[in-house]
Design a binder for this molecule. Structure first.
Ligand code: UTP
Length: 290
């Protein structure tokens, strides 16, 4: 059994690509059909055995705290009306035995800085980092579980990756290195948002990481990089000089819900899989398809 029990959700970014929707509402509270992105991420972690959810929040993110808080009035109202199914849905937002911790990132200095903000709560343990706007649909074990299995076998940091069209490398952290086995390679090169001509391969980092606590020491001295932000990728570039880091090409389909088109694709595909909606929605799509 894995010893990893804590997951960090860095959700303090400004979400500028979704303005004005994200002016007062956190990007991670945008819903795919009937669940906010942050809840998909929390459920992925819980299913993989995580019992401590650590949210690193920005100023406009109080709705995330409310979402994972107990909703006394709503719960008693639903109980009074005998709405037992809905009551269960509301209560299951945080299952029994799972704890939530909220940390403020006072300035959006970058993903690396957001992860560093979680140090005091994570302590000296390996931990998972999940970016909720990367929604990953897997038929078998979810992405976090798959990566934990890799961690259990090799005991080193693991980064989730996928193959992209190299023309898009300037939107991603990119990695390259020798193959360990099918779907797993060592990270020898890692660079944030390179131009296609400078990308070391077509392997892009997506929003899933398992990191050893050594990352914290490294992030303390990581300087601002791409976009003037303290980049997690730059921290991992330093970490891999001290210990091995692996890249794992997960099994599943990833939707970039931080972009409008990725968000729309996820909405359509999740609706087509939704028990109550699929049939009617499929019919509707047939009518409107051009
Ligand atoms: P993004 O690059 O998607 O930035 O951050 P963003 O601010 O969320 O969105 P846009 O680009 O302005 O539309 C990647 C992840 O890192 C987190 C974000 O919340 C997101 O989960 N992040 C980024 C922080 O937690 N803090 C930061 O300072 C920056």
């Amino acid at each position: 059994m894995t010893t990893i029990r804590k997951a960090v959700f860095p959700v303090a970014g400004l979400g500028t690509r979704f303005l004005p929707a994200t002016k007062a509402v956190a990007k991670e509270m945008l819903t795919i059909v009937d669940k906010p992105l942050i809840q998909y991420a929390a459920e992925e972690a819980e299913k993989a055995g995580i019992d401590t959810l650590i949210f690193v929040l920005g100023r406009t993110k109080n709705s995330i705290i409310d979402h994972f808080d107990k909703a006394y009035e709503l719960e008693s109202e639903l109980a009074l009306r005998n709405k037992t199914e809905l009551l269960k849905i509301v209560k299951d937002t945080v299952p029994e035995g799972v704890n939530c911790v909220f940390i403020r990132q006072s300035e959006a200095l970058g993903l690396g800085h957001a992860v560093l903000c979680a140090e005091a709560v994570v302590g000296n343990e390996p931990f998972v980092v999940i970016l909720p706007d990367d929604l990953i649909d897997s038929e078998g074990d979810n992405c976090t579980q798959q990566m934990m299995d890799v961690y259990d076998e090799y005991g080193c940091s693991v980064i989730g990756t996928q193959t992209i069209n190299i023309s898009e490398s300037n939107h991603y952290g990119m990695v390259a290195g020798p193959i360990i086995r099918d779907g797993l390679s060592r990270v020898d090169e890692i660079i944030e948002k390179p131009l296609p001509a400078e990308a070391p391969s077509d392997q892009a980092i997506v929003g899933r990481y398992i990191l050893t606590p050594a990352i914290f020491e490294v992030l303390k001295t990581t300087e601002r990089g791409a976009g003037g932000e303290i980049q997690l990728t730059d921290g991992i570039a330093e970490l891999r000089k001290r210990e091995e880091v692996y890249a794992y090409s997960f099994v599943g389909k990833r939707y970039d819900c931080g972009s409008k088109i990725g968000y729309l694709k996820a909405t359509v595909e999740y609706a087509l899989k939704h028990n109550d909606l699929a049939d009617e929605f499929r019919q509707y799509l047939r009518q409107v398809s051009v």
